[in-house]
Write a protein that binds this ligand. Structure first.
Ligand SMILES: COc1cccc(CC(=N)NC(=O)c2cccnc2OC2CCNCC2)c1
Length: 389
């Protein structure tokens, strides 16, 4: 009964692992748009599709509330992602986005939003092929409707709407193993506020460690050490785009960012994304870049705290400044902005700083997937240059 749905989809199948006779690339060819199903898939009787206009205050509030109460929790159900409304508006409206890919399911009578799934367009390079894909995210079914097999029909519906825009590939991540990961990444956490993290059960006091010893262990300087380290500004977009394109070219799978993408995804946005760069004091050249996105988690069932303030490593480029020093500066900034924890995956060159900067391994993995695109052999995390929200 496992993966009944995924065995019907154009994704790498477990039975094909190791079959090097299968070519790398699309699994199925595009179909003529006239052959794409024109009407939405059928939902169970009392439910209907709704396109969620995230520009509408009311609709984005409904989406926010659904996710706040029903989205992904950690394995011990102690925390739940709590994406902010402005984060969702940012995440779902990049250059060229399609409103029709922001899909909700609501109860016909009460009009209550009970499920959600989204896609956004993205140009993703796989080796030396740039493929326009849909990045699928925020699949969420209300806790009370989990046994109704809604997820497969929602995945088919977003796939149908993506096909209608003549896009045939997709990228997505999940904490669960599905057919078939293109990479399996480990997540790591760097404590910034160890006392709170231990109080809420995110971290545990180390063996033979006191609380005061632990606080001292994670202490960070008050200010950054790299000369020329500053917030990114609009005028930096061309230079940051050049720096990032060059850096990402070394990875097998990575976004193919152009200036419009960098302006949307990497310019600092209050409460959503922070980005910094190093401008050489002598030459005024932009030599390094670092960024993190802001994704709090609700703390479920703690009497003293309700929210875990978490920063998530996004894209970082160290060319003149050692990545270790650059990332230590970003930890200093995150601590100063009162974040409790800084999270990172072992993707790109992150392994080079995780242990030294006192990150601890998380208790889970994040699997990356491509839809309708076969990769000959699973990638090492260090070959992956893609961070999804
Ligand atoms: C601390 O609060 C949590 C609330 C829900 C789930 C998890 C564990 C978890 N699943 N973490 C990650 O997936 C994760 C850990 C480090 C970096 N990025 C991550 O996920 C990102 C990327 C995928 N979409 C969710 C956010 C933690």
């Amino acid at each position: 009964q496992r993966h009944k749905f995924w065995e019907t989809q154009p994704v790498g199948q477990f039975k094909d692992i190791g079959d090097t006779s299968l070519p790398e690339g699309p699994i199925e060819p595009p179909t003529p748009l006239s052959d794409v199903k024109q009407e939405p898939y059928n939902l169970p009787v009392s439910y209907e599709w709704i396109t969620c206009d995230m520009e509408s205050e009311e609709m984005s509030a409904e989406v926010y509330n659904l996710l706040t109460n029903n989205y992904v929790e950690d394995d011990e159900n102690m925390f739940r992602f709590n994406y902010s409304k402005e984060f969702l508006r940012w995440a779902l409206r990049p250059p060229g986005y399609f409103k029709s890919w922001h899909i909700g399911v609501r109860v016909k009578t009460s009009k209550k939003l009970v499920a959600f799934i989204t896609g956004i367009p993205a140009r993703i390079r796989v080796r030396n092929e740039v493929v326009t894909m849909a990045e699928i995210n925020f699949l969420c079914v209300h806790k009370k409707l989990r046994t109704k097999r809604l997820a497969p029909v929602m995945i088919k519906e977003v796939t149908r709407r993506v096909h209608l825009e003549n896009i045939w590939q997709a990228a997505y991540t999940a904490g669960v193993v599905l057919p078939t990961p293109i990479a399996t990444c480990q997540y790591w956490h760097r404590s910034l506020n160890p006392k709170k993290l231990i109080d809420v059960g995110f971290s545990r006091l180390g063996a033979r460690m006191t609380m005061s010893r632990t606080i001292k262990l994670y202490k960070l300087p008050d200010s950054t050490v790299t000369p020329g380290f500053r917030k990114m500004e609009l005028r930096d977009v061309p230079a940051v785009t050049r720096l990032l394109r060059k850096y990402l070219s070394q990875f097998i799978v990575a976004p193919d960012f152009e200036e419009a993408d960098v302006e949307h995804w990497l310019l600092p946005t209050e409460n959503v994304i922070e980005s910094y760069l190093v401008e050489s004091p002598e030459s005024h050249e932009i030599t390094d870049f670092c960024s993190f996105y802001i994704l709090p988690s609700s703390i479920l069932g703690n009497k003293n705290y309700t929210t875990l303030k978490a920063a998530y490593s996004y894209y970082n480029v160290g060319t003149k400044t050692p990545l270790l020093q650059l990332m230590n500066d970003v930890l200093i900034v995150a601590k100063k902005k009162d974040f409790d924890v800084f999270n990172a995956l072992d993707v790109m060159q992150n392994e080079s700083f995780l242990k030294e900067l006192k990150f601890g391994p998380g208790d889970g993995q994040l699997h990356y997937y491509l839809y309708n695109y076969r990769i000959r052999q699973a990638l090492k995390p260090s070959e992956l240059g893609l961070v999804l929200l």
